[in-house]
Write a protein that binds this ligand. Structure first.
Ligand code: ADP
Ligand code: ADP
Length: 227
């Protein structure tokens, strides 16, 4: 479960990106984060994977206060959270190695790596592209690799910042069906998006943020903006 209690984020330049956020996201939920550019969506998401710390207030991930965790414990918390970005952020090595790297980083026994990488690449539909480099893959395929990497450790949460932002509509829908499948298998998904079509079609909980404040939180809600 993810909880935020009166969370404020004030950047060094004085910008109040979040101003008193209270929210609870339960295990197994699928949540869209929507709102205008500059509203605070990325900041909200960065607090969940501890890319940023709150200036005030408390962020709890499975009951752990992310601000208080000592540095040596962060990998332990992060392992429960997979992250996917708009620009994929793959390393310049094969799809297989990008995914295996995430397992090696947490000292998975060697004999367990290959079967798990193959399993997760199959789940995302890339069994036949395992040894391709990012430059040899389409945007949709690169995002699949990124998703495989994000879920290979069986995280409780998958956090996605505009995962379809660089994809054409067809690839965007394919990525969404994949995220739905991952959610059905038990992973909680929190996804910032500007994709009106997707939000209005694949109905889920919608949290709208404007000027750092949650202005709407609806189960099966609409996108609600024109862009
Ligand atoms: P969104 O994702 O909704 O576009 P952001 O969370 O990226 O919103 O940004 C919210 C506000 O915080 C914006 O005014 C943005 O310019 C500002 N901001 C974001 N990151 C930083 C940063 N690292 N330093 C200073 N200001 C930032
Ligand atoms: P995103 O697509 O994730 O919203 P942005 O374009 O808002 O990314 O920001 C890119 C990077 O620049 C992020 O790491 C963000 O924290 C930082 N950033 C965003 N706005 C500002 C700002 N006003 N001042 C300094 N850094 C910023």
């Amino acid at each position: 479960m993810i909880e935020m209690h009166d969370v404020w984020k004030v950047y060094d330049n004085g910008v109040e990106a979040l101003r008193g956020i209270n929210v609870k996201i339960d295990r197994g939920e699928f949540v869209y984060i929507v709102g205008p550019s500059g509203a605070g969506k990325s900041t909200f998401i960065k607090l969940m994977y501890r890319e940023e710390k709150p200036t005030h207030g408390v962020v709890l991930i499975n009951g752990v206060n992310v601000k208080r965790v000592r540095d040596w414990k962060i990998p332990h918390v992060r392992r429960k959270i997979g992250v996917v970005f708009q620009d994929f952020k793959l390393l310049n090595m094969t799809a297989y190695d990008n995914v295996a790297f995430a397992l090696e980083a947490i000292e998975t026994p060697r004999r367990k790596i290959r079967p798990r990488v193959e399993e997760v690449l199959e789940l995302v539909g890339l069994s036949d592209r395992m040894f391709a480099y990012p430059s040899q893959l389409s945007g949709g395929e690169q995002q699949r690799v990124a998703i495989a990497r994000a879920i290979v450790n069986n995280p409780s949460f998958l956090i996605a910042d505009e995962p379809t932002g660089n994809l054409d509509p067809e690839n965007s829908w394919d990525i969404m069906y994949l995220l739905e499948e991952i959610n059905k298998r038990g992973t909680t998904i929190v996804m910032a998006t500007h994709n009106k079509e997707i939000v209005n079609t694949l109905r889920q909980r919608v949290i709208a943020i404007e000027q750092g404040i949650i202005v709407r939180d609806e189960e099966g809600g609409e996108y609600g903006y024109e862009d």
